[in-house]
Design a protein around this ligand. Structure first.
Ligand code: TRP
Length: 347
């Protein structure tokens, strides 16, 4: 029986996460909800981060040129945010075919009803009507499970909206393990707690996302004047004092959260600065600090995009590192299922 090299108790715990190349620019919510954590985790974990381009064609697939451009922009932004190719494997999902090879096996372990209960599928498909949704959108969570399990990941940083997909991933790992023998690490979600979520600037009852209007969203690649304008026009709350109270003052609290995040300071310290001052002073400070954050970020991203050869080299190295782990896992999983080993030439 092939052995899984990953089941070595001495290895560093492993983290895996993925992000879709959904638009030409990530926004502040992506930065705080995902990118910033990824950067921190690469210091202590054996980190694998992938841009999930296969997932990007499950729903409203972009034109091929647009997908290419978004994928490069996603990689450049992850590097600009601080991912270090020496400290993590940064790669494209489509470059490691073991994700889809494992997906098939996991699909055969997933109940049709079980997949039908995924709320993200229900949300996305009912807007466009389930009858017209792709089968890829339906099996999206199974591909996500394969993304995770193929690396034997211990920890998966994700947003609250991914909790159900992580539960499915854990169920599939346990189901495979009990049917075929212990093969997969059962991963734990790492979900940021507390008021860390960035909300829409125009509608602070919703989280910042690309599906709402542009005025409510600070894109990391927006030009500085647009960033300042969006922040100055942000919806605030009744009253005048700058207090952190997400229930009574969601708009103001959101601005405080943004300021704390882009300046890397605790919320209480930020609030203390505005003692006796009003919303106008807060907005100016948030606008200045956010511009000071996004301007060099956009410059780093554009410098990276200007050197596609270097991006390709980083992605090739990432895919090599990722592929080695993924191949070892799939070889064992296929053997456990009962597939005969391929002849040498086809391996
Ligand atoms: N579904 C995730 C999201 O929308 C993206 C994703 C795909 C992912 N594969 C993953 C996240 C694996 C974590 C691990 O945010």
């Amino acid at each position: 029986m092939a052995r899984i090299p990953e089941h070595d108790p001495a290895r560093r715990p492993r983290v895996l996460s993925g992000i879709q190349p959904t638009s030409g620019s990530f926004h502040l919510g992506n930065y705080l909800g995902a990118l910033k954590q990824w950067v921190a985790l690469q210091e202590t974990y054996d980190a694998f981060y992938c841009v999930v381009d296969l997932h990007a064609i499950t729903h409203n697939p972009p034109e091929p040129d647009v997908l290419r451009q978004r994928t490069r922009a996603a990689v450049a932004q992850l590097l600009a945010a601080g991912l270090d190719p020496e400290r993590c494997a940064l790669f494209l999902q489509s470059h490691v075919p073991e994700h889809t090879r494992l997906t098939w096996v996991l699909e055969c372990l997933t109940g049709f009803g079980e997949a039908s209960r995924m709320t993200q599928f229900k949300d996305k498909s009912s807007r466009g009507n389930a009858e017209h949704s792709s089968v890829g959108l339906f099996t999206y969570p199974v591909l996500q499970a394969a993304d995770i399990l193929v690396y034997q990941a211990d920890a998966v940083p994700v947003g609250e909206d991914q909790r159900q997909h992580l539960e499915l991933t854990r169920d599939l790992a346990q189901r495979f393990n009990s049917r075929y023998g212990h093969t997969f690490t059962v991963p734990e979600p790492v979900i940021p707690k507390g008021p860390g979520k960035i909300l829409d600037l125009q509608d602070p009852s919703a989280k910042m996302s690309k599906s709402l209007g542009d005025a409510g969203r600070v894109n990391l690649l927006d030009d500085p004047s647009a960033v300042a304008r969006k922040i100055k026009r942000a919806v605030t709350d009744t009253g005048t004092a700058v207090h952190f109270d997400p229930v009574a003052k969601p708009g103001v609290s959101n601005l405080i959260t943004i300021l704390a995040a882009v300046t890397d300071r605790p919320v209480v310290d930020v609030v203390a600065d505005f003692d006796g001052q009003g919303y106008g002073a807060l907005k100016s400070a948030v606008a200045d600090a956010t511009v000071a954050f996004v301007e060099p970020f956009a410059k780093r991203t554009n410098d990276l995009l200007a050197d596609p050869g270097e991006l390709d080299r980083i992605l090739a190295a990432g895919a090599d590192r990722a592929g080695a782990v993924a191949c070892a896992t799939v070889a064992v999983a296929y053997e456990r299922v009962g597939f005969l080993a391929p002849t040498a030439g086809r391996r």
